[in-house]
Design a binder for this molecule. Structure first.
Ligand code: TXA
Ligand code: MG
Length: 328
């Protein structure tokens, strides 16, 4: 492969080039409506192995396979139930990943040896065009080094992976900014494995009751691993919005605020506001970029305001908590 390139996703020539890279076993970072993905041909185990290498991702952490049409499901899964169809009718294309029993022909490395496969049909036009043009399903985790905050623009991908990918398709900032909702349909009961912008209530409306993944269960979605989506700077979640934390000694601290603070607390070296008006969608869109900007300042600690765990707020708090778990 030649040197890494960053190309504008708006140019059809870039999409054709990217698709060719996928077909010959290379890696392409591409935008989706949630976060940028690091894609490879899902049916080529060597190409998929490179994803794990480049991300330094443990081999027990399975990937999501991205498709453009439901016709591709036949290649990947054994059976599709009525409930599965209902979910797909309601939310595809879009930020929903469905976990289903996989077909033998799917390489084991994609699913980390699990009998199930996670599948998503992204709505982003660049992701759609790339998958169609490549003509193969694309396995893609978020395009960041394992454990770090997911990328929501091309620069984030470059900052984390640099020239270890063959091509970055720059499609601008991701409109949602939080990873897809993951629902397992492969077990006895539907189960929410990862909250996202498609909310629990929206899913319940379509398939009725659904279990929420419990921390006591064996970890099958490393999105459920405690320290994931983490900044280098330790994060502490405040008890309420506007709380005044205790700062120790000469500790240099940053604040991740949900709304514009009522008064400016001069003790903070930096403040990032997720949404001046308190709009959760805007907050979700800004979350990872704001965390990355604060992390880049090399402060001693970051404080994050909580939000209500309703709707998209469940996903925002989920990501903040994973960021806030300390490792020692
Ligand atoms: O929004 C998204 O889902 C983005 C974009 C690129 O599509 N992708 C993403 O991928 O967030 P990743 O690898 O960062 O997270 C995928 C999650 C992991 O936590 C993984 O464990 C879980 O999906 N997963 C994949 N296959 C699974 C399976 N068979 N059973 C349970 N969980 C699975
Ligand atoms: Mg990830």
């Amino acid at each position: 492969m030649t040197h890494m390139q960053v190309l504008p996703a708006s140019d059809p020539e870039s999409i054709r080039f990217a698709a060719e890279i996928i077909r010959v076993g290379g890696l392409v970072a591409f935008p989706t409506e949630t976060v940028y993905g690091l894609g490879a041909n899902a049916l080529n185990p060597d190409a998929v192995a490179r994803i794990f290498e480049v991300k330094q991702r443990p081999s027990f952490d399975p990937l999501i396979v991205h498709i453009a049409t439901r016709a591709s499901l036949g290649l990947l899964v054994q059976v599709i139930s009525l409930g599965d169809h209902r979910l797909m009718d309601a939310f595809w294309p879009g930020p929903l990943t469905v976990v289903l029993p996989k077909r033998e022909s799917v390489p084991d490395i994609v699913t980390a040896g699990l009998p199930t496969i996670a599948i998503r049909m992204p709505a982003h036009p660049v992701a759609q065009a790339l998958i169609r043009e490549a003509g193969v399903p694309i396995a893609a985790p978020s395009a960041n080094p394992f454990g770090y905050v997911s990328p929501t623009c091309a620069q984030h991908v470059f900052d984390g992976l640099g020239d270890r990918v063959d091509l970055i398709l720059d499609g601008g900032p991701c409109p949602i900014g939080v990873e897809s909702t993951i629902v397992s349909m492969g077990g006895a009961w539907p189960e929410l494995l990862r909250p996202g912008s498609i909310t629990l209530a929206e899913i319940q409306e379509v398939i009725g009751s659904i279990m929420q993944a419990s921390a006591s269960l064996a970890v099958i979605a490393p999105g459920q691993l405690p320290r994931h989506y983490a900044t280098r700077t330790p994060v502490t979640i405040l008890a309420v919005q506007g709380a005044r934390p205790i700062l120790h000694g000469h500790e240099r601290a940053g604040l991740l605020a949900m709304l514009t603070p009522g008064h400016v607390d001069e003790r903070f070296s930096a403040i990032e506001v997720l949404s001046a008006s308190g709009d959760l969608r805007e907050a979700g869109r800004n979350l990872f970029a704001a965390l990355r900007r604060l992390d880049a300042l090399n402060l001693d600690r970051l404080f994050a305001e909580p939000c209500d765990e309703q709707g998209l707020g469940l996903a925002v708090m989920d990501r903040l908590r994973r960021c806030a778990v300390s490792i020692d």
